[in-house]
Unconditional design. Structure first.
Lengths: 357, 111
């Protein structure tokens, strides 16, 4: 050893610097393991520096190369170039490796190329259908499926789809597509699977009823606004907004309580007259306890002049809705009831439903 | 043929053999491998191999203080390491015979 004291000092720092740089490239290792490796290397690299006159990079290679070689020989994941981001993905990469090495993966991998051309065709078609669905919104494009429409026209849509399929296949046959495009392709396939499953899910959802609730006026509220046809009563798809009950003599009865087969109060839910489109307000009726009587017919309805001006008022204003003119068939029985015992509106003390039995 | 490629498969055996002869520390083991004729062996590869053999239980280690410089970590072959070396020696012998046979036949054809 002929080096002077100062030379040795520089060598020592060079060795330290080299080892620290190697340590930075070992970021993929757990912290304690990395500290141990760096500690061991200090002695080793120092001895190399002492024994060899040449710069360390020349003897041992660059710190990055050294770290990569060390990890490879130690059977650990190479962390070269990944810097500090490596620990986060270390597990994922381990998983990828184990999947890659599984024997089924080989079988799948050899089968995938056979399926690729079919995927290229499908992908071209899907691109056009997606554009058609996105640009046309309402169900018209869906109604035309499987034929794609462009500008609402199948005549334009089909040639465009054929063109897209040809382009897609050509793109697929190109041997060297970048990794990014391949990833995009896989993402598209996954998105398609997700969409198909979602459509199936939505289709099964359509028949789910929302729980039955009563609104602030005591009206039966089945379902939400989206499922308007489920709301209240309807006949042949036309919502029923009021009920008029006549006796056998053709006399309109007032204050009739209506229940269904289960003893539930029958409530009309719709406040818009389906014939006129006018907003109709129901004047709520309360029993002696202050509870609303939602199934008392006919309801006092008024066509509201300014439905949005007054907010939720308990008193209806505007023109009363007249009962419809109906012809009541005459019955042949001689002893028709002459009196009815419907509860008077203001003196009703109970809204208890009759026992269903 | 690139010797570094050949070395990859048998570095374990070479390291085990060197350490079995005599316990050694990293730099010393590299030097002994080179002296034995493996000129191309890389420090990093030897160091990584030592770590892996240690993790596999084929080597044990102990620290010896040294007069000059930092402490040295010595490696010694364990019982498991000896087994590994024996099995490896057998495998290598068979492999070398097969390859010698192939190359010998090839040499005859060429001649």
């Amino acid at each position: 050893m002929t080096t002077t004291m100062s030379d040795e000092a520089t060598d020592r720092t060079a060795a330290q610097r080299y080892v620290e740089e190697v340590g930075q490239h070992l970021a993929g290792l757990p912290d304690d393991e990395r500290a141990e490796v760096v500690d061991d290397l200090r002695a080793h690299v120092q001895e190399v520096a002492d024994a060899d006159e040449r710069p360390l990079e020349e003897v041992l290679g660059s710190p990055a190369e050294f770290a990569a070689e060390l990890l490879a020989a130690a059977g650990l994941e190479p962390a070269v170039g990944l810097g500090r981001a490596a620990p986060r993905f270390a597990r994922a990469r381990q998983l990828v490796t184990s999947v890659n090495e599984h024997r089924w993966t080989g079988a799948v991998r050899s089968f995938v190329p056979e399926l690729l051309p079919a995927w290229w065709v499908l992908r071209g078609y899907i691109a056009v259908v997606a554009i058609s669905l996105m640009t046309e919104g309402d169900g018209r494009a869906v109604a035309r499926l499987p034929f794609p429409t462009i500008f609402g026209s199948v005549v334009v849509g089909v040639p465009v789809a054929i063109g897209a399929i040809v382009a897609s296949v050509r793109l697929g046959r190109r041997p060297s597509l970048s990794r990014r495009w391949k990833l995009l392709d896989v993402a598209l396939a996954i998105a398609l699977v997700a969409v198909v499953f979602n459509v199936r899910h939505e289709a099964s959802r359509t028949y789910v009823y929302a729980p039955t609730t009563y609104d602030e006026f005591g009206r039966l509220n089945q379902g939400n606004g989206d499922a308007g046809y489920l709301n209240g009563l309807s006949q042949d798809g036309v919502p029923i907004t009021n009920l008029y009950v006549y006796d056998a003599d053709g006399k309109l009865l007032a204050g009739v309580l209506v229940y269904d087969q289960d003893g539930r109060p029958v409530v009309v839910g719709d406040a818009v007259d389906p014939n006129t489109g006018m907003v109709v307000t129901h004047a709520p009726v309360f029993d002696a306890n202050g509870a609303p009587i939602p199934n008392l017919y006919p309801q006092d309805q008024r066509v509201q002049d300014d439905p949005y001006g007054t907010g939720t008022t308990s008193v209806s204003s505007g023109e009363p809705v007249p009962p419809p003119a109906v012809v009541v068939p005459r019955t042949t029985t001689t002893t028709s009831p002459t009196t009815t015992t419907a509860p008077a509106t203001t003196t009703t003390t109970t809204t208890k439903a009759p026992a269903p039995n | 043929v690139d010797t570094t490629q050949l070395l990859k498969g048998v570095l374990d055996l070479a390291v085990l053999a060197v350490v079995r002869d005599e316990d050694g520390y990293g730099y010393d083991i590299v030097r002994r491998l080179r002296e034995a004729g493996l000129d191309d062996v890389a420090d990093a590869s030897v160091y990584g191999t030592l770590r892996r053999l240690f993790a596999a239980g084929a080597l044990s280690s102990y620290v010896e203080p040294s007069e000059e410089g930092p402490h040295r970590k010595y490696y010694a072959v364990t019982r498991h390491g000896t087994d590994m070396l024996e099995r490896g020696t057998k495998t290598w012998g068979e492999f070398a015979d097969v390859l010698d046979g192939l190359l010998g036949a090839n040499r005859k054809e060429a001649a």
